[in-house]
Every structure is written in C-alpha cells, then in structure tokens.
Design a protein around this ligand. Structure first.
Ligand SMILES: [Zn+2]
Length: 306
C-alpha cells in the first residue's frame, strides 16, 4: 500500500498515536519541523494557513515542501483553515496532500454545502479533506470565534455522512491562541466518547491544543516580552485523547511561535551589537526543533511510526 496520508491516518487509528500537524511560516520554521520529523522517524503534516501562504508565496511553499519530501517522503503538505472554496481549490491545484475547509462559522446546512463542494473537487484529485463542526474558541488566521460551541455527536455524524470528509475537527474544549482558558475548562471526553460511538474508527482532529511551555513564556518576558494571559492544554489530557480515543491529528502553531520568539528576544537582548540575522534565527530554529521533537516523543507517540 502506498504510504500516503490516508495510510498514516489508518495506522494512527489502529496504533493510537497522533500525527502532528505543525504550522510553518518561513524557511527556518519549516527546516526546524522537518529536522524533528527526520530525527524521530515520525510521519508529519506541515501546515500552512492562508496568511502564511500569502506571506511566503504559493510557489515558495510548494517548492520548499517538495524539497523536504525528497529526503523525507513521510511529510505531508496541508492547508490549515481554508476559509472558502477558492483557496482550497488553489491548494489542491498546487498539489497539497490535504486541505481543511473551515465552515464552522457558517450555518450548519451552508457548512455542509460548501464542504461537499470542496470534497468533490479534492477527492477527484486524490486530496484529503478535513471539515469542522462546532466552534473552537479563539483566533486562527482569518477565523475568529468568540465562543465555544461543542461538537454534538448528532451534528458530527450527519456532517461526515453527508460531506464524506476524511477527517473531522471537533470542538471539545481546546482553544486557539496563547490563552486556552484551560484553568477553568477540561476536555469533554464524554462528548468525544459519544462522537466515536456514532463514527467508529473515524479520524478526529484537535485544534488549539498547544501546551504552552511556561519556561519559554518566562524567557520571553525576561527579555522584553509582555505575555500576560496564557494557559495551555494539559499534556495528560492530550495523551488521553490519543491513547483512549480517536484523535489522530493534532495541530500545533502557538507552541512553535513561542519557541521562536523566546530565543529571538534572548539573542537580540544579549547581543545588541550583532546584525547577523542568521545567528538570531538559528537560535529560534533550534528551540522549534526541540519543541516539535518533544511533542512527537512525549505526547503524540509518533516516533518510529514511518
Ligand atoms: Zn486551528
């Protein structure tokens, strides 16, 4: 069987590990993520949001991903939070392995209608689609949700059956951004269990599941940062979602940004005379690789799953 993304999603369901979907936004972040994947022999998704696609440029993103795939074929390019058919179609035409169409802010019927359109275009070209029902708190790119609306089992079932998506992002208490409000909320494992009952062995996705390393926040603040309201999702909650449930794709963006920023701030403060940009970036790159490796080894359990 061809070891495409579908293959690894099935393997992850069977063996209860999660494929990390790590967001990149420049050359250095991609190199950091790719290095972690190679060193841990872990299948991995490299994700770009619409704004990162605009920032780097379509051709650069595709070419860089192709370069990574040459030495690391278990790396898959994914569009994160595509907000309309047009951007999903663009990513599919560019050769992405999978796209997310995020219609979570639309009325349910409209979300189904637009997701179906993306699925129909994608599946003809061998591209997988992730959809979302319910609303995940916080801001991700162009998508802002001021509230949490939990994914109900009935809506999840109907959405998957009617759209034929390949993966479903569920809202069970995580949040986008640096403040997960996790001191007051726990993941809704009761809901997750009910969703899995109506959708057995179906690949489910967690967004907004960064754990927020307090050491890195403190380092940021020590060197001039001002990150005040922050809280991550507890590691053991994520591990439980993987080991006892069908969460097989976990998105990570905030933790990578935090790794980069803390080291950049430190370097710039400690070396005010230095203008060699490479020296600044290499510190951030190193920390980002460590962050990704830690997740693969200690939380996602995707090490040696190639
Ligand atoms: Zn997200």
């Amino acid at each position: 069987m061809k070891k495409n993304l579908q293959f690894y999603l099935k393997k992850a369901i069977k063996q209860h590990f999660a494929i990390g979907a790590f967001n990149f936004f420049n050359l250095e972040s991609l190199q950091a993520i790719n290095k972690a994947s190679i060193e841990t022999k872990s299948p991995i998704i490299i994700a770009v949001s619409e704004s990162s696609l605009d920032y780097m440029g379509d051709e650069f993103v595709v070419s860089l991903a192709q370069i990574c795939k040459k030495s690391n074929p278990h790396i898959f390019l994914h569009l994160d939070h595509g907000s309309n058919f047009k951007v999903c179609k663009k990513a599919i035409d560019l050769g992405f392995d999978s796209v997310m169409f995020d219609g979570s802010l639309l009325p349910f019927e409209e979300n189904i209608k637009q997701t179906k359109k993306v699925v129909s275009y994608a599946h003809k070209r061998g591209v997988l689609v992730e959809g979302e029902v319910g609303k995940i708190l916080g801001t991700e790119d162009n998508v802002l949700s001021k509230e949490t609306i939990y994914t109900t089992p009935q809506a999840a079932y109907e959405f998957v059956k009617r759209t034929q998506v390949d993966m479903l992002a569920v809202s069970i208490g995580t949040a986008h951004g640096i403040n997960k409000h996790s001191k007051t909320s726990k993941l809704r494992f009761d809901l997750l269990t009910k969703i899995e009952k109506v959708l057995p062995n179906f690949p489910l996705v967690l967004h907004g599941a960064s754990t927020i390393n307090i050491k890195l926040v403190n380092e940021c603040n020590k060197y001039g940062g001002k990150i005040e309201n922050f809280s991550g999702i507890e590691e053991n909650q994520i591990i439980k979602a993987i080991k006892e449930h069908n969460i097989v794709k976990i998105n990570t963006d905030t933790d990578i940004r935090l790794a980069f920023t803390s080291k950049l701030r430190k370097f710039l403060t400690q070396h005010p005379e230095d203008i060699d940009v490479r020296k600044m970036l290499i510190e951030g790159k190193r920390e980002a690789t460590e962050t990704v490796k830690y997740k693969i080894e200690k939380i996602f359990d995707s090490k040696n799953k190639k």
